[in-house]
Design a protein around this ligand. Sequence first.
Ligand code: 5GP
Ligand code: ZN
Length: 381
Amino acid sequence: MNVFAVMDARSNVNGGKLMEESIRSILADPGILGDAAASLARDADIRLAGVSSMQIVQILMEVESRFEIEIPEDMIRPETFRSIGVIAEAVEVVVKQQSPVGKPPNGEPMDRASTAGTRLRAPGVEMTSRADESVLDGLRASLARLFAHEVDDHYTAPPVIARSVSERAGYPSSFPHLLGEVHGALPGSGTGPSDLVLTSAACHHLYPLISEEWRKELGCLSVEAACYRGEATAETGRLRSFRMYEIVRWGAPDDIAMWRHRALSIAESWLRDLGLSIERAAANDPFFGSAGRYLASAQQSEQLKWEMLADVDDGVNQAVASVNYHKDHFGEAFGLARPDGSVGHSACLAFGLDRLLLALKQRYGSQIPAWPETIRARLEL
Ligand code: 5GP
Ligand code: ZN
């Protein structure tokens, strides 16, 4: 945006009404409300008028670019984007606070764990011994039994996935700081980014399959994949490569909304039966940047993600499992049409196998033969 356009936009600030019209013009984008924005009342709830979370992110980004401001973190929440009037007032406040010169840069500083230097083993990349793998096998078998009544089939997915699937899932745009890409020889000549990226979440592998085989009103599959996330730190339990076991269900909105509550309580009792002391918390994914802070805040306030946390080390409490209600996010992205033509909803329940192993070791010690007989029996050890 050129500097005069910014000055123009910023000169609306003292106008009140002018600012309101400026916000209205953003909502009049054909990708948001189009012509309907003109007749929207100043205090009307824009979500009720049909503006989605993604469109609110679009509004947020347009406001930031148009006024050359950065909406502060504590304002990036659904209440700030409730109506044209509320947005206009919030933007006025921020524009007055932030001068166009010297505003903080966009984006977040990344402090990735460095693998440079003399260190041979990369932080957050661990191997598993045979004894530990037998615990993971016990967990896999126990989870398979736990969900046997509803899971139609189980898949083991590779550590790479089609870039196009990851893009459809929205991962590179929402989590560019965590995505791992595959570079290599390209068809023809030279090297560069390939058509693959590293798997970020096991369930991403299932959506193309579900969209091709979408025949039932309700369905359920499970999947395990080695996932990669470019985590900035590598404390105990924070790996860059870890195994994720997921149960994914899709179907009618009401069924899925109910299923995620049921899945949460089934998972919690299973974890407690393993003797772990579990804390449940509403959570959010680490979306990138200021638009991401809005998505994270909306995810928290709508309680779309619940984590089950356990101690994985002295004083280190981490999510060993989480349940995520995607609403129509993947349904829209992958064309999951229900038999009546409407968009299907989906939810997933994810278990971090490596973290579960750590939590069990933290609880019972590193000597697996010394674990209580009941736990060993449960895990067929
Ligand atoms: P989510 O997609 O909810 O972030 O992750 C699903 C599950 O994968 C989490 O509940 C957790 O158990 C596991 N997980 C996520 N990030 C990491 C990580 O950095 N290291 C390990 N070991 N597990 C993780
Ligand atoms: Zn998932």
